[in-house]
Ligand binder design. Structure first.
Ligand code: GLA
Length: 654
């Protein structure tokens, strides 16, 4: 059934009569007469009066002289210039697809859905699409893959035509998005951005730079700071050792400057858990690959502070593959068996001291196999020695990457998959240093079900994001495992690849990522709602205002760092959009609305879908502004690949 939202029945009758009264003036313009080079297609190029494979247009053995052969995913923007009254077509999968293929045809008018064919499969007869275009300025014809990939999705807009009474329809380019900055600049008064909880192990060295925005100089204070810790009131860096006694230490952090003051709870939980909120930082892989040097690491630490990222909670500066000796660059270890660094890392301890000097933490990388993925020395049969070396060097984070362990594991059994991680997990627990353990084995053996048991604090759930079709696919795969995330145990969908990133296939030099501004907002929104570790892996020396505004929004980060530690769950999903919902510790709920398509349309969110009752006050987290109280629902126009992250709190009705 054709949908005509926004029209009353009377309107419709009046308009239909008007249209009936016009036919003598109406001219037919065929869709195939428009500039089809502007039609985006998932494969090949749109064809006038023939199928995408340049054969006659045929749907279920019926031949059509006129029409447009297209291929999912396809999108076509048409400016009607107010001159058209009707668009009609007969839609279906072309016979060239040999009864394979499945697509949906959609027609949108100024962002409203006017026609939806439902799923059309190869071999099925055509379906008639007819829409009134009166009063519509932009018409969009879309073909989606119906959620099963684009193979054989040869989609015909057969017999497609406009009734035109005024100016002619014109194909136009899809709108180009500007790099709009949504995050308001932080004010001059202090604002503390620390998570409310933080875990550490008794007696271990402790370092923490209080994340705060606002004009410097600023004076920091920490009420009820345990005696074993010391705060530098000027830098806001806490150092010392965690208290020896297990328990909760309710510290109150304070910051003051000439423009104001702020205070915020910082509950230090001393026990056997680390990473009570998802770890945040930077990793060297996707920008430096195995070219990484000591200098790159120091520059990253400098930039983390100077760019302001550290003021929002980013604190790990993590080296990835490429620091040990490469195969054939012997000797690999010293006479005692301690792993040696290659020439690019002359003094690892000096490097971590440098990072710690800024109040940040340092991370490293190795494989449980004999070699890392890029062919550098691994820890196999030196696990204990390597872990001790990492602790002596002062590392606070270890990414343990399966790589060549495939050649060691006897088989693919769960026991064999778990073994190397259990070994390292146990060793780390016994060290006098808090080292967060990141399992990197690409999700094998459903790692989300056992990663925590072997001592992991976070685990990659998929293969490498940089080698995949992109963040959306990886993110959605990661989203399925929401039940397994909790404080100290996080699903890791890999790094945030925005800004300048090197191509992973060629391990190339950095270049701006090929994601639209809205997609970059979607990326960060998704990672925040999924309580994912937030590791940027682009170029720290080329952070522009746009990238920083995506990475550093205190309200979006607060959703990620919420102490309840629940991973968001997809509660609603259509072909067009999905809603990802994360319950928060204060009883409010964060809801992300994600537009899956490259076209704008309006989305409605009903409180019922989220299990919420009664009026809700709605806050737009990206723009940090209140959108008022809404009784049952909220409707908004999402632009192409648009996203909105809302924080909903129950509010009493007046
Ligand atoms: C694997 C990992 C990546 C990166 C490289 C380094 O591919 O999944 O994240 O660490 O190894 O070689």
């Amino acid at each position: 059934m054709m949908e005509r939202r926004g029209f009353t029945r009377l309107n419709y009758i009046v308009m239909s009569c008007l249209v009936c009264a016009l036919p003598s003036f109406a001219e037919t313009i065929w869709l195939s007469e428009l500039d089809l080079s502007k039609m985006k297609t998932g494969y090949g190029q749109a064809q006038a009066n023939q199928s995408i494979t340049k054969n006659p247009l045929m749907i279920a053995s019926q031949r059509f002289e006129k029409g447009v052969g297209s291929h999912a995913d396809s999108i076509f923007y048409i400016n009607l210039n107010g001159g058209s009254t009707r668009f009609s077509a007969r839609v279906g999968v072309d016979d060239q697809a040999q009864s394979k293929g499945s697509v949906t045809f959609r027609i949108y008018g100024d962002g409203k859905l006017l026609f939806d064919s439902g799923i059309r499969k190869g071999g099925q007869p055509d379906k008639s699409a007819e829409v009134s275009t009166i009063g519509i300025s932009t018409l969009v014809l879309a073909v989606t893959s119906a959620g099963d990939g684009i193979e054989f999705d040869h989609a015909d807009w057969a017999d497609a035509r406009f009734e035109v009474t005024g100016s002619k329809p014109q194909a136009i380019d899809p709108p180009v998005q500007k790099k709009e900055i949504w995050t308001p600049a932080p004010g001059t008064a202090p604002r503390l951005n620390n998570p409310c909880v933080f875990g550490s192990q008794p007696g271990n060295p402790f370092i923490y730079r209080i994340p705060a925005t606002g004009k410097r100089p600023m004076r920091f204070d920490a009420e009820k700071l345990p005696e074993s810790l010391k705060l530098d009131p000027v830098t806001g860096i806490i150092t010392g050792n965690s208290p020896q006694k297990h328990g909760e230490y309710p510290i109150l952090l304070k910051a003051q400057n000439a423009n104001g003051q702020d205070q915020r709870e910082f509950r230090l939980i001393v026990g056997d858990k680390l990473a009570l909120t998802p770890p945040m930082g930077w990793n060297s892989w996707y920008i430096h690959y195995d070219r990484v040097t000591d200098e790159n690491m120091r520059q990253a630490a400098d930039a983390m502070v100077e760019s302001g990222m550290a003021d929002f909670g980013y604190m790990y500066v993590n080296i990835d593959d490429g620091w040990p000796k490469k195969r054939q660059d012997e000797p690999y270890r010293d006479k005692d068996g301690a792993v040696l660094c290659n020439a690019k890392f002359p003094d690892m301890k000096a490097m971590t001291d440098y990072i710690h000097g800024k109040g940040l933490r340092a991370g490293t990388y190795i494989s449980p196999g004999p070699w890392t993925c890029a062919g550098y020395v691994g820890s196999y049969q030196h696990e204990e020695m390597d872990a001790r070396t990492f602790a002596e060097w002062g590392f606070d984070f270890l990414k343990y990457d399966w790589c060549s362990y495939s050649g060691i594991a006897k088989d693919n059994s769960l026991a064999e998959l778990m073994k190397p991680y259990q070994v390292m997990g146990d060793i780390l627990k016994g060290l006098d240093r808090d080292i967060v353990l990141n399992l990197c084995q690409y999700g094998m053996g459903e790692v989300w079900k056992w990663g925590g048991k072997v001592g992991g604090h976070c685990w990659r759930t998929t293969g490498d994001l940089g080698l995949s079709p992109g963040f959306m696919q990886i993110g959605r795969s990661n989203a399925q495992h929401y039940e397994y995330a909790r404080p100290g145990q996080w699903n890791d969908p890999d790094y945030i690849l925005i800004g300048w990133v090197g191509d992973a296939h060629t391990m190339g030099e950095g270049a701006p990522v090929k994601l639209s501004p809205n997609q970059q907002y979607q990326y960060m929104s998704m990672w925040s709602l999924m309580a994912s570790p937030l590791f940027f892996s682009g170029d720290m020396t080329r952070l522009d205002d746009f990238t920083l505004n995506v990475l550093c929004n205190s309200e979006i980060i607060a959703v990620n760092q919420d102490p309840l530690g629940q991973q968001g769950k997809i509660v609603t999903e259509t072909d067009d959009y999905f809603v990802l919902v994360k319950p928060l510790a204060d009883g409010s709920v964060a809801a992300g609305l994600f537009n899956k398509l490259d076209l704008a349309f309006s989305v409605e969110l009903r409180w019922q879908e989220l299990g919420l009752k009664g009026p809700q006050s709605v806050r737009d987290c990206w723009r940090q502004r209140d959108l008022g109280t809404h009784d049952e629902r909220f409707e908004t126009m999402l632009p192409e690949y648009g996203v909105m992250v809302l924080r909903l709190s129950s509010s009493k009705q007046d």
